[in-house]
Design a protein around this ligand. Structure first.
Ligand code: ADP
Ligand code: MG
Length: 398
């Protein structure tokens, strides 16, 4: 069976030893980064500033009230700068951010797409985090499931956005630090944080925290879907969580002759599982359980040009899972769809519990302005538009 320690500790960040508590409400018995039962209570601390539908949220200011069902899902586009190589090669800008919400084509001035937010090439990851991720992280700390995706072709900036580097930390390290800060600022609750890290390659799920955990099965129980046998580690500090990611990245090297090829051909899911309850005696009703999934997707480039069988096979798996993801997100934003095809790919199947219900979803689509990538960028923009159809306002039409 899957491992899901039902232990808690006082203040994960305090370093206190974990204590077993078999009395608390049992969230999922099944261990997984994705089997989720969310128990939110009236004590949930969602403040007006954090509310997704209130005017205080800059992201949603001015959106039509009729679009309420969409508000759990945000779709943003992030441009990266032209790289030094692209500049040397004389690349021109094919697509650009026109203000905060619209993307336009240099070649075709009448073509325009609108999103919840568009980030220009000069935007820092910190700002992307504040606008497109912070509300998902704070929601997860309140008991609301959250999922953040970076989607785009290889070299468009997905890993830069999700992982970053020392100079420019990505959304994953920023989220982990934020989670521990929220714990510090919430003295009346005790938290238990656990992490898991997995990869989906050719529809096979591999545990990046445990090299023996290959080809794991996705299973289902009444609480939802979960990965059988996935390793979950209790984390006591941001540095501890980040060291596990670094170790997981090492495991991705195993058996791979070309890390770059592999990394652009697999999806990675870093999951923070958060349990919290009021300090002191609890009758179990106020236990919050949620999961925050931070996902660096496989490159979305079309595989038409691939000639070898292996690459074609990888490409067809990637295309299918990304297509399914697009369909699932667009049905979630629609709010009316009855059948959502979670089962059509491993990625959506194992995220099913997190994506359905009130879970918050942030899709960050990364693009390069470069003219040589214009067609792939257009494909990404169309994918993002299909995920959440926001019309360009009359005042934004040129
Ligand atoms: P992907 O993961 O989509 O394949 P990367 O994140 O590895 O792409 O980005 C490719 C290159 O572009 C890297 O050298 C990265 O540092 C750089 N890069 C990506 N996005 C940005 C950005 N917003 N600002 C500056 N450099 C970026
Ligand atoms: Mg990458």
């Amino acid at each position: 069976m899957a491992t899901r320690p039902a232990s808690r500790q006082r203040k994960a960040s305090s370093g206190a030893a974990a204590v077993r508590s078999s009395q608390q409400q049992q969230p999922p018995q099944s261990g997984s980064p994705t089997s989720t039962t969310t128990t939110t209570t009236s004590s949930s601390r969602l403040t007006p500033e954090l509310s997704l539908d209130g005017p205080a949220s800059p992201l949603f200011a001015g959106l039509d009230e009729d679009s309420a069902p969409k508000e759990n899902v945000t779709v943003t586009v992030r441009f990266r700068p032209l790289s030094p190589r692209e500049i040397r090669q004389g690349e021109e800008v094919a697509w650009y951010a026109d203000g905060d919400t619209v993307v336009r084509s240099e070649q075709h001035p009448s073509v325009a797409y609108a999103y919840d937010r568009v980030f220009a090439p000069t935007t820092t990851t910190r700002h992307v985090y504040d606008v497109a991720a912070q509300h998902v992280v704070s929601g997860a700390m309140e008991g609301i499931n959250g999922t953040i995706f970076a989607y785009g072709v290889t070299s468009s900036g997905k890993t830069h956005t999700m992982h970053g580097d020392q100079r420019s930390p990505g959304i994953i390290p920023l989220a982990v630090k934020d989670a521990f800060s929220i714990i510090q600022e919430t003295p009346n609750r005790e938290f238990l944080l656990r992490v898991s890290y997995l990869e989906i390659y050719n529809e096979v799920v591999n545990d990046l925290l445990n090299p023996a955990g290959q080809n794991l099965r996705i299973r289902e129980d009444p609480q939802g879907t979960f990965v059988e046998g996935i390793k979950e580690e209790v984390v006591l500090s941001p540095a501890h969580a980040l060291s596990l990611i670094a170790a997981g990245e090492e495991h991705r090297h195993v058996g791979s002759t070309n890390f770059n090829i592999l990394s652009s051909r697999s999806h990675t899911i870093f999951t923070l599982t958060i349990e919290s309850s009021p300090c002191g005696e609890s009758n179990g009703e106020a236990v919050n359980f949620s999961q925050l999934n931070l996902i660096d997707l496989a490159g979305s480039e079309s595989s038409r040009a691939e000639t070898t069988g292996v690459r074609r096979k990888e490409g067809s798996y990637i295309n299918k899972s990304l297509l399914t993801l697009g369909t699932v997100i667009s049905k979630l934003t629609d709010g009316k769809a009855t059948h959502i095809p979670f089962r059509d790919s491993k990625l959506t199947r194992l995220l099913q519990s997190s994506l359905s219900g009130q879970g918050r979803v942030s899709l960050i689509c990364t693009v390069t302005p470069a003219s040589s990538n214009s067609e792939e960028t257009h494909n990404t923009l169309k994918f993002a538009h299909r995920a959440k159809r926001i019309e360009v306002q009359a005042s934004q039409n040129k």
